[in-house]
Every structure is written in C-alpha cells, then in structure tokens.
Design a protein around this ligand. Structure first.
Ligand SMILES: [Zn+2]
Length: 74
C-alpha cells in the first residue's frame, strides 16, 4: 500500500516535471521569437531613402534597396 502511494507520488512528480519543462520551453521559444522581432533592423534604401526591414531589403553591391526599381535590377 505504501509502495503504491510512493509510486503514485513519483508519477505525479514526473508529470509535473514534464509539464513544467514544456511550459519553460514554450516561454523560451516565445522570448526567442520576440527577440528576433525586436532585433529586426531597418535599413535605408540608397535610392529613395525609404526605410524597409532588413528581410525585405534587396542587397546589391553591399547597398540596400527597397525595390527592384531602386536597385535597377532587370
Ligand atoms: Zn527605394
């Protein structure tokens, strides 16, 4: 009987640890994605001085452009 209670306690403890770990992971993930979003740098188009996000920018000869027209790409 005592063994059963101990086993039950261990199972509860393991379940608790499992969920706690998962929620921690989710929190870390959330923080990581938040950091990426905050870390998104804005760059200035060399042709028209428009600010665009680093991801959307077209890089040509090491310079940032907002569009193909500005970068004069074919
Ligand atoms: Zn531009």
């Amino acid at each position: 009987m005592l063994l059963k209670i101990a086993l039950f306690a261990v199972i509860i403890f393991l379940i608790y640890i499992f969920f706690f770990k998962n929620s921690r992971k989710e929190e870390i993930k959330k923080n990581a994605s938040k950091r990426v979003l905050e870390g998104e740098t804005m760059v200035e188009c060399q042709a028209c001085s428009t600010f665009i996000s680093h991801k959307e920018a077209i890089i040509k000869d090491g310079l940032f452009f907002c569009s193909k027209e500005c970068a004069r790409l074919p």
